[in-house]
Design a protein around this ligand. Structure first.
Ligand code: MV4
Length: 455
């Protein structure tokens, strides 16, 4: 096991990783920006070093400062968390070049999965179901030919994308040329890579993802699936749960099998997530995330496995020590994200001082947070303040626990998504588990109309 690990992140995930390290007897080095000098991840780490000013480009994304801090403090490994440098193949490579273990898969695998068209081609070759579509479209004429073959409606996607940037729905041939031009321009502006590909548009899909763990000795296990369909129009997830409600047993096993097969075929190591779109009785591979995900706690509660500790153990060369039949899910878990956002104003992010905090506790309730009474929320970073997670023997028991937990959740000084999450839990779609990716955008439009009607 490592002696000391640098945590290249902030917020709740840096706190989470720090505690996993301490649980394994590993010392920790935190990095922070000037805006985060009083942050929880800084006070809990064994050592902490400022790597630059508030804007992430000059601190949490400053590779030279981070790598030299790791070397100067004699760290053996770097945990990237999520966001920032977590899926940057070049950063992982630079860590390796300096004798630091990057806690994640190998750099070429990160690179391959980061290019969505490449990832899809690799998965298709591995026998994973993919949405009917094209490879990279070299010209608008190629796009016209592809659309004719695939059949309208189609969706243009940026290969450097993910998260919806550079995506365009095209319903009719006469709209294709303009959509192709604007998707290319948006992708170029967002990623400095304007390459796009095409897929058949799936109607009312659900976002279902499979958690995997793979050690460096060839053992791969899946830890079931999560339904993450409750997402804002910006594609940020708000509520996630496992197991996915109303998923046919056959389709669930097919998803799990595809995920494990894919990992074996690409030589995947460490923790990862394969995202699928589920439409009707079929599932199609969408993307693979080569990092720990925000919503990992629901899986931990149902499988009783600490995924972050497993990431660190795997990176240090240890064997998983169990196989698929040894991991058994039990019960149901739901996560609600408490963001510093104003649900009344299109979830616009907020910043400021937190003036009062109360978090829920009790059996089957978990809170992952970095917020305390008096903490400041800087304007530079993502707005996640806390994740409230509830477990129950059944889905309805988990929902009931979550309702109680959210009613006990108080964060004063900034607007949060707490009440919005409670409202969503009350809807028929959530209760029945029949929601799809269209649910939250429609719910928000309806809620905005209702709030206007009531003055
Ligand atoms: C799709 C789709 C329908 N058909 N692909 C959105 C983000 C990006 N990573 C993939 N996305 C979608 N791809 C086909 N062929 C619908 C979406 C989509 C979506 C997916 C997951 C979660 C929320 C979503 C919201 C809108 C659209």
């Amino acid at each position: 096991m490592f002696h000391k690990v640098l945590i290249a992140n902030r917020g709740e995930i840096a706190v989470r990783v720090n505690r996993a390290c301490h649980g394994l007897g590993v010392q920790t080095v935190a990095i922070y920006s000037q805006a985060d000098k009083d942050a929880m991840h800084v006070s809990e780490a064994d050592e902490a070093y400022c790597v630059g000013p508030g804007p992430a480009a000059r601190s949490y994304l400053d590779v030279a400062n981070i790598v030299s801090t790791a070397l100067a403090t004699r760290c053996e490994a770097v945990h990237p968390g999520y966001g920032f440098l977590a899926e940057n193949a070049r950063f992982a490579e630079i860590c390796g070049d300096h004798g630091l273990v990057f806690i994640g898969p190998r750099p070429p695998v990160i690179g391959a999965m980061g290019d969505k068209a490449t990832a899809k081609r690799i998965m298709k070759e591995a026998g994973v179901a993919t949405t009917p579509g094209s490879d990279i479209l070299e010209s608008v004429q190629k796009a016209r030919d592809a659309a004719k073959r695939i059949g309208y409606p189609v969706l243009l996607k940026a290969t450097a994308g993910g998260g919806g940037k550079g995506m365009r729905v095209v319903e009719r041939p006469e709209d294709l040329d303009r959509a192709f031009a604007s998707a290319t321009a948006e992708a170029e502006a967002s990623f400095k890579d304007g390459r796009i590909y095409m897929e058949k548009l799936l109607i009312h899909p659900r976002h279902v993802e499979v958690q995997v763990l793979a050690d460096e000795h060839g053992t791969v296990v899946h830890l079931g699936e999560r339904d993450c369909s409750i997402q804002k129009p910006s594609h940020q997830k708000l509520i996630e749960e496992t197991p996915a409600p109303n998923l046919a047993t056959k389709l669930r096993s097919a998803l799990h099998d595809m995920a494990v097969k894919a990992c074996k075929s690409v030589g995947y190591t460490n923790a990862g997530t394969l995202e699928f779109l589920v439409a009707g009785d079929r599932a199609y591979f969408m993307e693979m995330n080569t990092r720990i995900q925000v919503e990992h706690p629901v899986t931990e509660m149902v499988y009783g496995i600490d995924i972050v500790k497993e990431q660190i153990r795997i990176a240090s060369g240890e064997r998983l020590g169990y196989t698929q039949r040894d991991v058994q899910p039990r019960g149901h878990a739901i996560e609600c994200r408490i963001n510093a956002e104003d649900p009344q104003n299109n979830f616009a992010p907020g910043a400021g001082a937190v003036t009062g905090v109360a978090f829920p506790d009790g059996p089957g309730v978990r809170v992952d947070t970095h917020v305390y009474d008096g903490a400041s929320v800087p304007p530079y970073y993502d707005s996640l303040l806390a994740k409230v997670v509830a477990f129950g023997d059944t889905r309805s028991a988990a929902i009931e626990r979550m309702e109680g937990a959210l009613r006990q959740t108080v964060i004063e000084g900034v607007r949060t998504t707490t009440a919005e999450c409670l409202e969503i839990l009350q809807t028929r779609e959530f209760r029945d588990g029949t929601y799809d990716v269209g649910f939250l955008p429609a719910f928000m439009t309806g809620a905005a109309a209702a709030s206007q009607a009531h003055g």
